[in-house]
Write a protein that binds this ligand. Sequence first.
Ligand SMILES: C[S@@+](CC[C@H](N)C(=O)[O-])C[C@H]1O[C@@H](n2cnc3c(N)ncnc32)[C@H](O)[C@@H]1O
Length: 208
Amino acid sequence: MYVTNPKINEYIMKIMPERDEVLKEMEAHARRNHFPIIGPMCGTFLRQLAMATDARFVFEMGSGFGYSAYWFAGGMKPGGKIICTEGSDKNRKLAVQYLKRGGFDSMVDFQVGYAQDIIKKYDGPFDIILNDVDKEQYPECFDLAIPRLRKGGIFITDNVLWDGYILDDNPDEETRGIIEFNRKLFSSGEILSSIIPIRDGLGFAVKL
Ligand SMILES: C[S@@+](CC[C@H](N)C(=O)[O-])C[C@H]1O[C@@H](n2cnc3c(N)ncnc32)[C@H](O)[C@@H]1O
């Protein structure tokens, strides 16, 4: 099931401004390798969030090869910091090259390991936390992220509509992770949440 009508997606993609050369290369790399990046629509939204909140300290859970971090970095002022976390060192090496080409290398601390372990080393408070790890881990990430956000900070999560599989009668482990995550998103008294139905659904929560 498409979250957004494919023709509407096509329309938005057609009228969006062209990305810079590095982002275009990253998108081509993702297409060639069937790698699930957040894509230009959500990427633009991440950059807007960084700009609108004047974000200085961002944490990413699941950074891949740096595409989402590249969008954040472009919306942050010099001196801002993004902690990236990623399970694969091969992805880290790629990310470091791409981010350097964008002039963002000094803003990014890219750590290889389990995001849930790495975030425990920080008290925050973060201005923005992005959650984009393996989906069965989403509820655990929720519990770790919310206490580390500043008041007014934003917790943003990709794939919360999961191609409509969240409606399945017999959901698999990943889908169950997202369903439980979405329940937490709307039942916590610590945040005010929405689901933004762009691409695969973005969970958007503001810390109260
Ligand atoms: C969907 S991709 C991330 C894409 C990235 N946010 C972007 O849009 O450019 C998920 C990435 O998270 C990594 N990953 C999954 N679970 C993780 C975890 N618990 N800790 C760290 N990395 C994880 C995977 O290796 C994969 O590269």
